[in-house]
Design a protein around this ligand. Structure first.
Ligand code: HEC
Ligand code: HEC
Ligand code: HEC
Length: 355
């Protein structure tokens, strides 16, 4: 039979109608209990892999071998990911195994993705699967920390997982679950070091701590990690936490090595700024007697943390208290070298003693 235009047109009209009829008939099951047909399953994963691979082309991974990337990522993994994907101390639950698609055991699948592809998945999530996006789009540094953690996960023992995530204390023989992640899992002074990306809270004013916690839970200060950590608490718990940390003395840690020229430059910025270029003296606000208590203390804070926050201010993405615009303005004209110098200087500056 010769296929004529007429047949083609009739086919083109009929096919969608048949499709609609089948959909309308109710014969296609949407129940999760029966799973996908193998071919559907294969097709969906094929689409996902292609989509992630294409999106990852424009992404470049930074170096991920800094051990300071692990603790906050591991703590966040325990709070925000282990419930679906399991962890070195906890298998996936029955309820999770009944989800469609089943959240995979990441130990098995992480090695099949590149760093850039993992970044893409963790930043944006996977539509129609329950895999959530990172709570904010403006903190790729946090997502990269998670990728660094995922890279180590396949080889990670339960002890090592406890150690980096701050799950504490490790459970005794026969005990099922350890204590959940708390503020101290990440912020305990005992675990912080001169290279930490997690800030020391000790000795910061109560007003600053409280306003910062509110800023995180309301999304005013973007951080997926702190948004989740602060969001798990009732509002009423925040003042007590702020008071608790405000009363502690910040320890003076031996700082990371820095050359004298950099420290001198940092001191100049701190004490005098660069008036000609509208760079204000940092100490005209920070740690000045009688200044607004919401201006945070910087001395003795870790250098990588200070550097990162200064970069966030300069990019205009760090919010915070109702005074944060003052700092955004102060950071606008800072060069990369200024930022390195100021962070090195304040990290080694003598910590003010408690009143
Ligand atoms: C509510 C459950 C849920 C939570 C919470 C969750 N995920 Fe997922 N995740 C999934 C599901 C379901 C998939 C499977 C998607 C698929 O196969 O199409 C997935 C897939 C992934 C994958 C890709 C693995 C693969 O090969 O399919 C990675 C990587 C991943 N998740 C990491 C994380 C991280 C990191 C977190 C925490 C920040 C997290 N997930 C939180 C449900 C979850
Ligand atoms: C999983 C690790 C983790 C947990 C748990 C955690 N934090 Fe944080 N916290 C961080 C990180 C990382 C930052 C830096 C975030 C940023 O870049 O803004 C931070 C920042 C903060 C800041 C801002 C400090 C400053 O100098 O601006 C406060 C305040 C704070 N956390 C309080 C708390 C409190 C209170 C809890 C318990 C409810 C808590 N955190 C739980 C990791 C954590
Ligand atoms: C006009 C007052 C002012 C000046 C000048 C100023 N700051 Fe700030 N700074 C602030 C305020 C206010 C905040 C708190 C922002 C918030 O979270 O609300 C802040 C926050 C910071 C933070 C974040 C601290 C933390 O714990 O997260 C760093 C780092 C910082 N300033 C460094 C500097 C440096 C370096 C200079 C000098 C180049 C400087 N500041 C000059 C007002 C100022």
């Amino acid at each position: 039979m010769i296929v004529r235009w007429k047949h083609l047109i009739i086919g083109a009209v009929l096919l969608p109608v048949i499709g609609l009829l089948v959909g309308w008939s109710g014969l296609i099951g949407v129940g999760a209990s029966s799973g996908h047909w193998a071919v559907t399953d294969w097709f969906l994963h094929w689409v996902m892999r292609n989509s992630v691979r294409t999106a990852a082309i424009s992404v470049d991974a930074p170096p991920l071998d800094d051990p300071a990337l692990l603790p906050h990522a591991a703590g966040h993994y325990e709070t925000g990911c282990a419930i679906c994907h399991g962890s070195p101390t906890q298998p996936r639950s029955e309820a999770v195994l009944a989800m469609l698609p089943v959240p995979p055991d990441l130990k098995m699948v992480v090695p099949t993705w590149t760093d850039e592809e993992l970044f893409q998945i963790v930043q944006h999530g996977v539509r129609f699967t329950g895999m959530p996006a990172w709570p904010t789009e403006v903190r790729p540094d946090e997502v990269w920390a998670m990728v660094a953690f995922l890279r180590e996960l396949p080889e990670m023992s339960a002890e090592r997982y406890h150690e980096v995530s701050g799950l504490h204390p490790p459970p005794m023989e026969g005990e099922v679950s350890p204590l959940p992640i708390t503020c101290e899992s990440c912020h305990s002074e005992r675990k912080l070091s001169a290279s930490s990306l997690i800030p020391s809270l000790a000795g910061q004013s109560e007003a600053y701590l409280l306003e910062s916690l509110r800023a995180y839970s309301e999304g005013e200060r973007p951080s997926g990690i702190m948004e989740v950590a602060a969001g798990t608490l009732p509002e009423a718990a925040l003042p007590d936490l702020a008071r608790y940390y405000a009363r502690q003395q910040r320890p003076q840690r031996p700082p990371l090595p820095a050359d004298q020229a950099l420290l001198d430059k940092g001191r100049m910025l701190a004490e005098r700024g660069r008036p000609g270029e509208k760079v204000p003296a940092c100490l005209s606000c920070h740690e000045k007697a009688g200044a607004n208590p919401v201006y945070p203390k910087l001395s003795g804070q870790s250098r990588p943390y200070l550097e990162r926050q200064l970069n966030l201010f300069k990019q205009g993405v760090r919010g915070g208290t109702s005074y944060s615009h003052l700092m955004t303005e102060a950071a606008r004209k800072l060069t990369d070298e200024d930022i390195a110098a100021a962070a090195a200087y304040f990290a080694q500056r003598r910590v003010p003693s408690m009143p």
